[in-house]
Design a protein around this ligand. Structure first.
Ligand code: ATP
Ligand code: MG
Length: 557
């Protein structure tokens, strides 16, 4: 679907109006402004789809801008991962990526302008005093004793701050707005601070750094952003942005807030995701159980499925929690339509066809996709000894059993009907091998009067490819892991069964030719993708065929 034919939302309506009134001359310029202090997650995908989508819909452009005002927490690794993720999602930013640090000179000049206009002052209150003077939601703040310094004195100290004559935290530059404002953001917020740290972009050039709020609105203005779209928590910051932009008489982007994406059974806070990584609860930012874009990619999610998901959840102004089932539905739907089928036996048990000639081999040609002929066919070898899944045999079958049992018949997918004669057990009584007969008249047909109950998947033992298969499930077993649970942290809700590894899976040989990252439906097992990083045969379960969590929830109610 093209962007223009998609349904609109309250933001597209605002832009339609602006275009009618000529507010920005019909220009639409948006940006996606991550802080490079972690990897992007599914919540960011919503913001990316929205910002880049608006630019596409209105023939405008979208910048990628790193809001890099916190060098201690940022890194080039994060910057590179963010670029990769945005591109992978299928979006193109205008020109080179931008950095707020590109504007440090201009931001410094803006701060000087504020000082000269008597709208900013250097304050020497320490952090604790600053808190005391700030007041509370109910009580107004008090003016700092440094508030009435002359512009000349302020400027001289500010220059000394830049020259490195002050230590971290010793002094700050504050906007002079209103200590009695009901909006705490307007109570003389800090706009510059001293930090003697190396910056990944500007090196050791600066030892004063602008604060996020001051930087963000001015960076938008400098880039001639028309519609500055952000999440609801910035609503209370808008008056500060307006004050800065009006006082400095710059371009004035329209800020529009929308509700952030919250997803149940996971956390979408970079800080918490970083904690999961740093404390080794997961294997890294791209662990396939992480809600990061890189984790989802490694899990086997496609860009298309994530974009569809973001489209469906819509853009509103009220906070809500989206069900993880919706994200899983989006990938199931995409892979059902687009992933080739293949056979993989995850828990193999040997089947010997007693009446099949010892050295005979056959090749069956099977469709890659049941609903899409264009997906073509592949060849699957067949021989006397096969593997089927342990779970597809039951000596004492439950009611309505449609798989293999003693003296029962079942069809092998794309092959013959087999009948089980004997189950061989080891000393502990565990079934280790099945002796079966095949019916040579049943290849692709059911002779009259013949009704095998079910169809199971299989792999020829001598042709089988050994593989490691990672079965992933939701990382948390609690709907709201980061809600306030008395005395418990989100870490207490990690699902101990979120990762099971099978090291002896048997795959049909066609999978040897698969590429890293390629997705398949392993028949009757789920959707899997070949791991992106591992060289060997390693497959990750992206999602099961059906939503098993919906059942669990329904049962619990
Ligand atoms: P976190 O809360 O995970 O630390 P953040 O908001 O600090 O995220 P930024 O790098 O500042 O992360 O985010 C870049 C952009 O993505 C911002 O415009 C932000 O509003 C948006 N964004 C972040 N989280 C979400 C979310 N859950 N849903 C929608 N947009 C989001
Ligand atoms: Mg942020």
């Amino acid at each position: 679907m093209s962007e223009t034919s998609k349904p609109g939302n309250f933001i597209t309506q605002i832009i339609d109006k602006d275009n009618e009134s000529g507010k920005y001359g019909g220009v639409v310029m948006t940006r996606f402004p991550p802080e490079p202090n972690g990897y992007l997650h599914i919540g960011h995908a919503k913001s990316i789809c929205l910002n880049f989508g608006l630019a596409q819909r209105f023939n405008g452009q979208c910048n990628l801008r790193f809001d890099d005002t916190n060098p201690e927490k940022e890194s080039v690794e994060y910057i590179e991962s963010i670029k990769r993720d945005v591109e992978w999602l299928g979006f193109e930013w205008k020109e080179e990526p931008k950095f707020a640090s590109d504007y440090f000179d201009q931001l410094f000049d803006f701060a000087v302008q504020l000082i000269q206009a008597g709208k900013a002052y250097v304050c020497e209150l320490n952090a604790e005093q600053m808190r005391e003077y700030r007041g509370t939601l109910k009580e107004p703040g008090k003016n700092s004793p440094y508030r009435d310094r002359s512009p000349e004195e302020n400027l001289a100290i500010f220059m000394d701050m830049k020259a490195g004559k002050y230590s971290d935290g010793q002094v700050v530059l504050r906007a002079k707005i209103d200590m009695a404002s009901p909006n705490i953001n307007l109570r003389d917020p800090i706009i510059y601070r001293v930090r003697h740290v190396h910056h990944h972009q500007t090196g050791d050039k600066w030892c004063v750094y602008p604060m996020y709020d001051f930087t963000h609105c001015l960076s938008d203005a400098l880039e001639n952003i028309t519609h500055s779209v952000c999440t609801l928590e910035f609503q209370d910051h808008r008056p500060l942005y307006d004050w800065v932009l009006e006082t400095l008489q710059t371009a004035h982007p329209q800020q529009i807030e929308f509700a952030r994406l919250n997803l149940n059974y996971t956390v979408t806070s970079k800080r918490k995701l970083k904690q999961l990584v740093d404390e080794n609860h997961v294997s890294g930012w791209d662990d396939p159980r992480m809600p990061t874009i890189s984790g989802l990619r490694r899990r086997g999610y496609t860009p298309n499925s994530i974009r569809n998901f973001c489209e469906r959840i819509g853009v509103t102004k009220s906070d809500s929690v989206v069900d993880m089932g919706m994200l899983e539905h989006a990938i199931r739907e995409d892979l059902d339509a687009n992933a080739n089928r293949a056979m993989a036996v995850l828990n193999p048990i040997k089947v010997v066809l007693t009446n099949y000639p010892e050295d005979k081999e056959e090749i069956f040609t099977v469709n890659n996709h049941p609903k899409n002929e264009e997906a073509g066919t592949r060849e699957v070898p067949f021989s006397k000894t096969l593997y089927i899944d342990e779970a597809d045999f039951a000596e004492v079958p439950p009611r309505k059993w449609k798989r293999l049992t003693l003296e029962g018949a079942v069809r092998l997918r794309g092959g013959y009907v087999i009948i089980c004669d004997e189950a061989i057990k080891d000393d502990s009584g565990k079934v280790v091998e099945l002796r079966c007969r095949y019916d040579e008249n049943t290849l692709g047909v059911n002779p009259e009067g013949y009704k095998p109950k079910g169809v199971i998947h299989w792999v020829s033992a001598k042709h089988a490819v050994d593989a490691t298969v990672n079965l992933y499930d939701r990382l948390f077993n609690e709907e709201a892991p980061d809600a306030n649970h008395e005395g418990k942290s989100f870490l207490d809700f990690i699902n101990s069964e979120s990762w099971t590894q099978i090291s002896n899976a048997k795959l049909e040989p066609s999978l040897l030719a698969s590429e890293n990252g390629q997705s398949f439906q392993f028949e009757r097992e789920g959707y899997f993708c070949r791991d992106l990083e591992e060289q060997g045969m390693v497959f990750n379960r992206t999602v099961t065929l059906r939503d098993s969590w919906a059942k669990i929830e329904a049962k619990g109610k």
